[in-house]
Design a protein around this ligand. Structure first.
Ligand SMILES: [Zn+2]
Length: 219
C-alpha cells in the first residue's frame, strides 16, 4: 500500500479515489494507459474540477464526487461550479453496479462566509436529509450504503482538534453508525507522515480511509 490515490477493489468494482491534491504524475500516467481497469472514480473534494474532468475524460467511467471547502457552491446555472462528466453526490446516494455509494460534502465551519462549511448542528440537519434515501436502500437492497464518501473526516477520527478548520464532523460518525458502510473515504486532513494507522481506522465494521496523501490500495 503506497504511492498515489486510493485504488482498490470492492466486490469486483475497481475504484480510483482522489482528494485534496493534484497529482502531476496523473498527466503522464493516464495517457500511458494506467488505471484503465478502473470502473469508478470517486472525488473527496478540494480538487480543481478541471483535474477531475481530465481524469474522467481519460478513463471514461462514472465519477461521483463531493465538494470540499475550497470548491465552489454547486449552482445549476454555472457550469464552472460542477465537474463535467461527474455527479455531485452531496447528500445523495447512487447505485453503481452492486455498490451503494453515498456522499456528504463540505467540512466544519471555520469562517462565517466560507463555502461548503457547516456547524456541527447544520451538518446533522444535512445528514438527516439523507434518511429517506437510506431507508429506501435498506428496504430495496437490505443495506443502506456500501461506501460513504465525504470531504471531512468524522469527529475525532483522522481530524485535528488543534485546528478549528480541521475538526471532524460528528454527523459523519452518526452516518457511519446508522449505515454501517464497508468503507468511508474522506479527504480534508493532510498527514505528512506516511503512517498507515493515521490513514485507516476501523469504526465498528467500517474502514475509514483518508484518501490524502494520495495512495494506492488494493483489496
Ligand atoms: Zn478541505
Amino acid at each position: 500500500m503506497h504511492g498515489s490515490n486510493f485504488y482498490g477493489t470492492i466486490g469486483n468494482v475497481k475504484i480510483l479515489a482522489v482528494s485534496d491534491q493534484v497529482i502531476d504524475r496523473m498527466y503522464s500516467l493516464l495517457p500511458s494507459g494506467h488505471f484503465q481497469d478502473v470502473d469508478l472514480i470517486l472525488g473527496c473534494g478540494d480538487m480543481p474540477y478541471t483535474y477531475l474532468e481530465y481524469i474522467v475524460t481519460m478513463l471514461n467511467v462514472p465519477m461521483y464526487y463531493v465538494p470540499g471547502n475550497h470548491d465552489p457552491q454547486d449552482d445549476l446555472t454555472d457550469k464552472r461550479s460542477r465537474a463535467e462528466g461527474g455527479l455531485n453526490l452531496d447528500l445523495k446516494t447512487e447505485l453503481h453496479k452492486k455498490l451503494l455509494i453515498g456522499g456528504f460534502g463540505g467540512c466544519i465551519r471555520y469562517r462565517p462566509d466560507g463555502v461548503n462549511q457547516y456547524s456541527q448542528q447544520q451538518a446533522y440537519l444535512r445528514a438527516y436529509q439523507m434518511l429517506p434515501q437510506l431507508l429506501i436502500n435498506r428496504i430495496k437492497y437490505g443495506r443502506a450504503l456500501d461506501v460513504l464518501i465525504s470531504h471531512s473526516p468524522p469527529y475525532e477520527i483522522h481530524d485535528d482538534i488543534n485546528d478549528p478548520a480541521h475538526h471532524g464532523l460528528k454527523a459523519l460518525n452518526w452516518l457511519i453508525r446508522i449505515t454501517k458502510p464497508r468503507y468511508h473515504i474522506h479527504g480534508h486532513t493532510h498527514f505528512y507522515r506516511n503512517n498507515l494507522e493515521t490513514q485507516e481506522t476501523m469504526v465498528g465494521s467500517t474502514k475509514v480511509i483518508n484518501v490524502y496523501p494520495y495512495k494506492i490500495l488494493e483489496f
